[in-house]
Design a protein around this ligand. Structure first.
Ligand code: RIB
Length: 306
């Protein structure tokens, strides 16, 4: 069965600056190489899901500019249904400035533009589309009010809601109630729960916090340490990461989430195997430069899994 995934999220054009090391405050340093790539957490997750075989639709917004046209074209070329991407006449397409150091670590600054100007009005008649959907996935680069409204409609249609609380910020309390699976990294998780993530008991405490606020399933991504999950019935485990030498870790989390949504069974009975697949996809993505360009196809992930 092919998963039907709706992504509600951001679309950015990324400017990537490769440097030897990050500058100190007030310091000027030389850039080794500069490039542009399609990105945005929502768009990256959509492409990751589509390249792993899901049927993907996108709810988002771009500006009435060349970047917006190019981004919609790129998503369509990746088999993402773009019919619900609005063109905002008043705000430019989102963009990000990404600095990548020699170890593949990154710093990101994001201009929200059309992403941040999205409104609930854009969800008109979304029920019909949600009726044929397995998962809806959202992040925090678009307004939380819009995500909350979409998640409420999704709940009515028994669509599983997945929230990636990135970039980390305070959440609307009601959004937690309408989330079925939360996927933070360790920093985002501690920021939301107030409990630092450093060992298994602390991760279980984080999951307990989310459960008390209405979220039954927690998946915490831990970078090189792997992924920790707790399911609705309390089953939990750590799935180790694949060891690779990263060139650029941008979109590692996005690739994980998109790939996961393509593999997770809608009855949520295969957390461990879906996480293993998604980690493999992510481990391939970090071996290439740029967010979207480095997201692998299903064949590549399966070959790497062996
Ligand atoms: O998660 C990576 C993404 O974050 C980049 O593509 C950038 O656009 C920002 O949204």
């Amino acid at each position: 069965m092919v998963n039907r995934v709706m992504i509600l999220g951001s679309i950015n054009v990324d400017s990537i600056y490769q440097v030897t090391r990050f500058p100190q405050p007030g310091e000027t340093i030389a850039v080794k190489q500069k490039s542009y790539a399609p990105g945005g957490k929502g768009a990256n997750q959509a492409v990751a899901a589509a390249r792993s075989g899901a049927k993907v639709s996108f709810v988002g917004a771009v500006g009435a500019d060349n970047d917006g046209q190019e981004m919609v074209k790129t998503l369509a070329e990746n088999n993402v249904d773009t019919s619900r991407i609005a063109v905002d006449p008043d705000n430019g397409t989102g963009s990000a400035v990404i600095t990548v150091d020699e170890n593949g670590q990154n710093d990101i600054m994001v201009y929200g533009g059309a992403n941040q100007a999205m409104s609930v009005a854009q969800l008109n008649d979304l029920e019909q589309e949600l009726a044929g959907t397995d998962f809806i996935v959202a992040q925090l680069e678009t307004p939380q009010e819009v995500t909350l409204a979409a998640f409420k409609l999704a709940r009515q249609q028994n669509v599983i809601t997945i929230l990636n609380p990135a970039p980390a910020t305070e959440l609307l309390p009601e959004l937690l109630e309408y989330t079925d699976i939360i996927i933070p990294n360790e920093t985002e998780s501690s920021l939301l729960t107030g409990i630092s993530v450093n060992d298994e008991p602390s991760m279980l405490q984080n999951a307990k916090f989310f459960k008390a606020h209405g979220i039954k399933n927690t998946i915490i991504t831990l970078g090189e340490q792997g992924v920790f999950y707790v399911t609705a019935d309390g089953h939990h485990g750590l799935v180790p990461a694949f060891k690779v030498n990263p060139v650029d870790t941008t979109a590692a989390g996005d690739t994980f989430i998109g790939a996961l949504s393509s593999q997770l069974s809608p009855n949520l009975g295969n957390f461990e195997s879906a996480i293993t697949y998604a980690q493999r996809a992510s481990s391939l993505a970090v071996q290439g430069m740029g967010a979207m360009p480095s997201i692998p196809l299903a064949e590549e992930v399966e070959k790497a899994l062996g």
